[in-house]
Write a protein that binds this ligand. Structure first.
Ligand code: FAD
Length: 509
């Protein structure tokens, strides 16, 4: 049949070149090989062992399971290969006030009644002085985490276990190696070597080829810049520009060190606030990842290192190493025929473990808008618009943790407590302070319950609860809430211990 409508009359992208083989590069390579390797398209990844990778991204959020599923990766196989553990959320220590502790769980709080948000009923019980505990008492993920237990939700079964939501901790280097193997098996060509120069088309300014130290020339139609903080193509070559957010998030250094496990790995990340930043603890099967993220404007590196080393659970397994960064995002994540992913597209400190998700989301968006040759500015602009929205949402949620502090013990905490925040965040906090209302907007990453966890966890109480909660009989609600709390606690006690669960499901290595 002849072509009647012009569909199909395009030049497909034939050569995709990925620059960089860190987590971003190999995630992109594995995903491209799975969906865009139709035999005609050539996918090449260039990386330099001499330059190496950052390799510290070890905690994640639940959507990563979708990424792995998309690549047909089985969970047990993945945990075994990356020596991973389960993560039910993050415990925050010393954030609202020194001595405070709260848990930001994955999954939701309680159950809504007649469509009325659960937290409104919780707030009403608090207003009645009815001794309803903390909001954390109404989360299955929190109950399991605090008991050191884990089980996967069992779809179909009528149990509160189904309210468990989870992500993983894993060894980032092992994850990249795992994805590399998969990508190479599916036809990705890997070239080792350092890129020295980048060639551009005279007219369009598009990138045409990268040239390695040994003069190997790699041509492409579409380039994915996964070269890390430097942004070899997106910044050094195309000068896309960087939007600096360090006035809101002044952390600019991290010192990382692995330590020996003490006891069995807990199923959660811990974030402990210090004088000018915070420390992560990420438990893996074979070691614990630790790091101190701090602001060099408020603390010297020596002091930051001492604090980190003094606060390890087990003995250190390597020399601590320092990483430098500037919080912000590339003004255009996609410029010309170059799409930046990972650290080359921007960086927000790992407080809520969002970086790997930003890579995953960038890949999904690129696939949804996969261009033809030449790239259309319409698809490129749509990508940039969506990425900006996502980055700004994550940025606001991270800033909330600092803004919602009552600490004033150091200059750093006084600064972040008193600073002006983006209007988008100020509006959210103001709305919460009135009647505890919080709405998930657009495709925002963090659900309402995440915002509630941080606000209440850091002692930001609203003036009142939503009037609609008064439509329900308080005694019946109180009785149902009492039952809910008991069900979470009792169910958690009966679950397998976290390590035992991984061993049973054959994910322990
Ligand atoms: P990199 O790992 O820097 O890789 C860059 C690649 O580019 C390398 O392969 C390098 O060889 C190559 N390259 C560069 N220049 C050249 C050249 N000239 N020629 C050839 N090759 C070149 N994320 C999370 O999701 N959770 C976390 O808990 C988390 N914690 C973090 C903690 C810290 C302190 C930091 C800094 C980041 C953290 N991240 C976390 C982010 C996470 O580490 C990164 O998102 C992830 O590692 C992706 O890095 P990348 O692949 O973009 O860059």
């Amino acid at each position: 049949m002849g072509q009647v409508n012009g569909i199909g009359n395009v030049n497909r992208i034939e050569r995709v070149v990925i620059v960089g083989g860190g987590t971003a590069g190999w995630m992109a390579a594995a995903a491209l090989a799975r969906f865009f390797n139709d035999g005609r398209r050539r996918i090449t990844l260039v990386e330099s062992d001499a330059i190496g990778t950052v390799g510290v991204g070890e905690a994640t959020i639940p959507p990563i399971a979708n990424f792995n599923a998309m690549l047909d990766i089985r969970e047990d196989e993945f945990l075994r290969a990356t020596r991973g553990t389960y993560k039910l959320g993050i415990e925050f220590v010393n954030w609202g006030r020194q001595g405070d502790r709260y848990f930001h769980p994955f999954g939701s709080y309680g159950q809504s009644f007649h469509g009325i948000a659960f937290h409104q009923l919780f707030l009403r019980e608090q207003a009645r002085g009815a001794g309803s505990g903390t909001i954390g008492d109404y989360s299955m993920s929190t109950a399991a985490a605090m008991a050191g237990k884990f089980a996967r939700p069992a779809p179909g079964a009528k149990s509160v276990v189904n309210q468990i939501a989870y992500a993983y901790h894993f060894d980032a280097g092992l994850y990249a190696a795992f994805l590399r193997k998969m990508a190479e098996q599916r036809g990705v060509r890997r070239i080792e070597g350092k890129i020295e120069t980048v060639e551009r088309h005279g007219e369009s300014g598009d990138v045409q080829a990268v040239v390695l130290e040994n003069d190997t020339r790699v041509e492409g139609d579409l380039f994915i810049d996964c070269s890390g903080f430097r942004g070899l193509l997106i910044e050094d070559t195309l000068e896309a520009g960087y939007e600096d957010w360090s006035h809101w998030l002044p952390m600019d250094r991290a010192i990382a060190v692995p330590s020996r496990n003490v006891g069995t790995p807990p199923p959660f990340t811990r974030s402990t606030a210090h004088g000018a930043g915070w420390q992560w603890r990420i438990p893996l099967q074979h070691r614990t990842g630790n790091g101190h993220v701090f602001s060099s404007g408020y603390m010297q590196e020596d002091e930051a290192r001492e604090i980190l080393m003094a606060n390890l659970d087990g003995e250190p397994l390597a020399e601590p190493r320092t990483l430098r960064f500037c919080t912000g995002m590339r003004k255009k994540a996609w410029s010309h025929n170059v799409v930046s992913l990972g650290l080359s597209s921007g960086f927000i400190e790992p407080l809520e473990s969002t970086s790997i998700h930003l890579i995953q989301n960038g890949i999904a968006r690129l696939f949804a808008l996969f261009p033809d040759n030449p790239v259309s500015p319409i698809e490129r602009d749509e990508y940039n618009r969506g990425m900006r929205e996502l980055y700004e949402d994550v940025r606001d949620f991270i800033i909330l943790h600092y803004k919602a502090t009552q600490r004033g013990d150091t200059e750093f905490w006084r600064y972040v407590r008193d600073m002006e925040v983006p209007a988008s965040l100020a509006r959210k906090i103001d709305l919460w302070r009135l009647h505890g209302r919080v709405f998930r907007e657009n495709a925002e990453l963090f659900v309402a319950d995440s915002w509630i966890a941080v606000m209440l966890g850091q002692n930001i109480w609203p003036e009142s609860y939503d009037a609609i909660a008064d439509s329900l009989d308080p005694d019946r609600v109180a009785a149902a809430m009492h039952q809910m709390r008991a069900a979470y606690r009792e169910t958690a006690e009966k679950l397998p211990a976290h390590e035992a669960f991984i061993r049973q499901s054959n994910g322990w290595h």
